[in-house]
Write a protein that binds this ligand. Structure first.
Ligand code: HEM
Length: 393
């Protein structure tokens, strides 16, 4: 194991973290990443194993749980009721309720509405350079998740604002101002949902909020705080990563050149998987060890945190020939961009469907799509997404 030093806010790293990953991976599966003060897994084998190893999990071990600082209370309350930060049996109970809405039939039913939405957004594109990230890549997932949950779509701009302030908490460039903004956003988001859910109690419809309210009213399965925490998690996770998967994918295609076959019905699944593998929007997640555990020669102690570099695992030459090359003709092979094991992304089928619909419609309607300015990645590690994507059609 080597000791690696690499600031996650260094501009060169933010724009292109892959050479750092490749150098680390070439020296072994696990290294101590000094800037994070923890061991990090760079190889596919270690990331894959740690995602599934039940001696590790996302929930903080009991003896490490504390009341956080008072100014963060509203934010910490939403996290405390989120399945993402829970382990069984609480995780199993919360996830089961949500999974009912994410069946392949339920997701496929969204397809016609998604197609219409993509066309409407493209109809509104201006004839001067504009930001595709804002005009398209953001709108498709945020409106879709509003529809799935049953939140009015005119709330989308407000939801985006709350979400951006909250997810900034997971970024390396976090400051005290970030914390205050996240807490205020979490409070406002919670207040809105409490009111909206109450208003919807006597107004059942065919949406996820109706089903979750029913579970809450039955008692046992879901508390009101968990209902709110679940809605916030889904509304935030439901667009943040998909926006940047679309943005990163379009950027790569415009910079490296694209072929119509990639977007044809026989090619689209491979294109989407290759976009997700090659330049995923979320690069790192962490786990806590729950007991002393030896992994690839390192003995983790209970409470020790380990970072899983999903984006580094995706480019492991042990798994894939020529992994640094973007090649949408390679067989769609499962990558690590949606995680794995118990916390495997609930929204993966939805995100894939959105991308499989939004990309062909975009390139078919805008065959002359071109970059109007060099895209830059935002200084938001472990998130990896563009600040904007200026294009002309
Ligand atoms: C391309 C887009 C997406 C990517 C790359 C992505 C990635 C991920 C990853 C890596 C995790 C696991 C984190 C970990 O193991 O620590 C995760 C979990 C999760 N994702 Fe996604 N996600 C995407 C889209 C979505 C969408 C559209 C939704 C909701 C509709 C969603 C909802 C969730 C939820 C609820 C979890 C927590 C699951 C659990 O803890 O059991 N995601 N996602």
């Amino acid at each position: 194991m080597q000791i690696l030093s690499q600031s996650p806010t260094d501009p060169g790293f933010v724009q292109n973290p892959y050479p750092f990953y490749a150098a680390a991976r070439a020296q072994g599966q696990l290294h101590r990443w000094q800037d994070y003060g923890m061991v990090a897994a760079f190889g596919h084998a270690a990331v894959h194993m740690l995602l599934r190893d039940r001696r590790f999990g996302r929930e903080l071990p009991k003896e490490m749980q504390q009341d956080g600082p008072a100014h963060l209370a509203p934010f910490l309350a939403t996290e405390a009721h989120s399945m993402l930060d829970a382990e069984p049996p609480r995780h199993t109970r919360l996830r089961k309720l949500v999974m009912r809405a994410f069946t392949s039939r339920g997701i496929a039913a969204l397809q016609p509405g998604l197609e219409t939405l993509c066309h409407q957004l493209i109809d509104a594109f201006p004839d001067h350079p504009f930001d595709l990230l804002e005009a398209y890549c953001t709108q498709v997932p945020v409106i879709t998740i509003c529809r799935l949950l049953g939140v009015p779509t005119d709330m989308a701009p407000q939801l985006l604002d709350w979400s951006h302030r909250m997810v900034a908490m997971y970024q390396a460039a976090r400051t005290e101002a970030t914390e205050h903004a996240a807490a205020a956003a979490a409070q406002a988001f919670t207040d809105f949902l409490r009111g909206y859910i109450d208003a919807r109690r006597d107004d059942p419809r065919d949406d996820l909020i109706t089903r979750l309210i029913a579970a809450e009213e039955e008692g046992e399965t879901l508390s009101t705080d968990e209902l709110i925490g679940t809605c916030i998690l889904l509304l935030n996770a439901g667009h943040e990563a998909t926006v940047h998967s679309l943005g990163n994918g379009v950027k790569t295609m415009l910079q490296q050149g694209w072929q119509a076959e990639w977007l044809a019905p026989e090619g689209i699944e491979r294109l989407v998987e290759e976009i997700l593998r090659y330049d995923p929007p979320l690069h790192m997640f962490t786990r806590y060890a729950y007991e002393e555990a030896e992994v690839f020669g390192h003995i983790f102690q209970r409470g020790e945190q380990v970072a899983l570099l999903l984006a580094a695992a995706n480019r492991d030459p042990a798994m894939l020939e020529d992994p640094e090359r973007f090649d949408p003709t390679r067989p769609a092979k499962v990558n690590k961009s949606f995680g794995g094991g118990l916390h495997f992304c609930v929204g993966a089928p939805l995100a894939r469907l959105e991308m499989q619909i939004a990309l062909p419609i975009l390139f078919e309607r805008c065959p002359e799509l071109k970059l109007a300015a060099a895209p830059q990645y935002a200084n938001t590690y472990h998130f990896h997404g563009l600040t904007r994507l200026m294009v002309t059609v």
